[in-house]
Design a protein around this ligand. Structure first.
Ligand SMILES: Cc1cc2nc3c(=O)[nH]c(=O)nc-3n(C[C@H](O)[C@H](O)[C@H](O)COP(=O)(O)OP(=O)(O)OC[C@H]3O[C@@H](n4cnc5c(N)ncnc54)[C@H](O)[C@@H]3O)c2cc1C
Length: 372
């Protein structure tokens, strides 16, 4: 086990496991779990040594997200968003903000999706204009994970003046003119606080720009997409693993009194479990290979990045369907613990880039066509 995983296991997982059911039932942000991550130093996992971070690789981040998702997919997703936004700050942020993130003093997230361009995050319709040394932002962000709790949003808009589809900014949550609209009570990932955020003439210093004006697409593709897709896929893997463990436990301990046999002793149940195990392992192998391809900067890394999220998200919905069948009517009740994973598994297919969009991109890539 890596040093990071053993810190997670000892200092964070007990807190995450204790809170997982109530985070889901109450659609409550997993504050205790994020505090435990902060205290353990793991919020600074991917920040570099020179700013006080732990210099973990994308592979380390993937293993942390998978382990968290085995207990609580909401905690895994808000942590994944923090790591994805951190990757942008590491590439383009000031030393001061990077030090704050590395020390766990600053928690962040991505605010890309908009009610205008919906899941096509690469084409924001929101605006940015210059006023003196400031920039003024107007936007309707449709989904911002950790909206009420993040200290900042890594934010996309149309460029101020440059060519290109977008520009990326660091927007403090407490900026005047920002409003967080309502409370998230979704089907799954109920603790992830993914809430709309509206910006009305929000003024930030022009120096909060992350990358070039008009260079947002490059930032999204280079700094965000690889880590976001890998971590989103790792979350799906953790969801499958957590659900498999709980289903197998239920299948072993639940008896038919008149035969004295358990659910696991029914051949059909074992067939479903075997298929679920094979599918989860296939997705897991692809996700591991994606992490390896990124660490080694292999030529097929971008294809793997596109594939891993589509594969893990679709596989998780299939596997959870099988596991719900194995656990029977009992699975519909929260006490067996499988239905939470079933609900949590659904979001990844529609989180952008959605599975449908990824299939389109992969098809274009393998046919030698331009992706955009
Ligand atoms: C739990 C959760 C958390 C989220 N957190 C964040 C966050 O922190 N930050 C953030 O920026 N966004 C976040 N999102 C938003 C997410 O990334 C998507 O933008 C959003 O789910 C898209 O929903 P929509 O209704 O706008 O989809 P639409 O864009 O309306 O899409 C509808 C359908 O059309 C399909 N479709 C769309 N484009 C294509 C295409 N090019 N090819 C083929 N099919 C296509 C989609 O697959 C989908 O099935 C979150 C979403 C969820 C569910």
């Amino acid at each position: 086990m890596s040093e990071f995983l053993s810190i997670l296991e000892d200092r964070v997982i007990p807190v995450v496991a204790r809170n997982a059911s109530s985070v889901d039932a109450e659609a409550r942000f997993p504050s205790q779990s994020i505090e435990a991550l902060r205290e353990s130093g793991l919020l600074g996992l991917i920040s570099r040594i020179e700013v006080g971070g732990r210099a973990g690789s994308v592979k380390d981040a993937a293993s942390i997200i998978e382990r968290l998702a085995r207990e609580c997919a909401s905690t895994a997703m808000v942590t994944a968003m923090h790591y994805a936004a951190t990757a942008v700050l590491e590439a383009h942020g000031s030393e001061a903000i990077r030090k704050d993130v590395a020390a766990g003093r600053h928690f962040t997230t991505l605010a890309f999706s908009e009610s205008g361009s919906r899941s096509m995050f690469w084409a924001p319709t929101s605006t940015a204009r210059t006023e003196g040394s400031d920039v003024v932002l107007d936007a309707k962000k449709s989904w911002v994970t950790s909206a009420h709790y993040a200290d900042s949003y890594v934010w996309s808009s149309r460029p101020v003046a440059g060519d290109g589809a977008s520009t990326i900014w660091l927007v403090p949550r407490e900026s005047n003119g920002l409003s967080i609209v309502g409370k998230f009570t979704g089907l799954g990932l109920r603790g992830n606080d993914s809430t709309p955020v509206v910006a009305e003439s929000v003024r930030i210093p022009a120096s909060n720009r992350l990358g070039e004006d008009g260079g947002g697409f490059g930032v999204m593709m280079v700094a965000v997409l690889p880590i976001f897709n890998l971590l989103n896929a790792s979350c799906s893997i953790g969801v499958m693993e957590g659900a498999l463990a709980r289903t197998i436990e239920h299948a072993n301990k639940t008896k038919f009194e008149h035969t004295g046999q358990s659910i696991a002793e029914q051949p059909t149940a074992r067939q479903h479990l075997a298929r679920a195990r094979i599918k989860a392992d296939m997705a897991r192998t692809l996700v591991f290979d994606t992490a390896d391809s990124l660490v080694a900067a292999r030529p097929d890394a971008m294809l793997r990045v596109l594939e891993c999220k589509a594969c893990a998200a679709d596989t998780a919905t299939e596997v959870l369907g099988l596991l719900m069948r194995v656990a029977g009517g009992a699975a519909y009740r929260a006490d067996v613990g499988v239905e939470r994973y079933f609900r949590d598994a659904q979001a990844a297919t529609v989180m952008a880039p959605t599975t449908d969009a990824l299939h389109d991109f992969i098809g274009k890539a393998i046919c030698g066509l331009d992706l955009f």
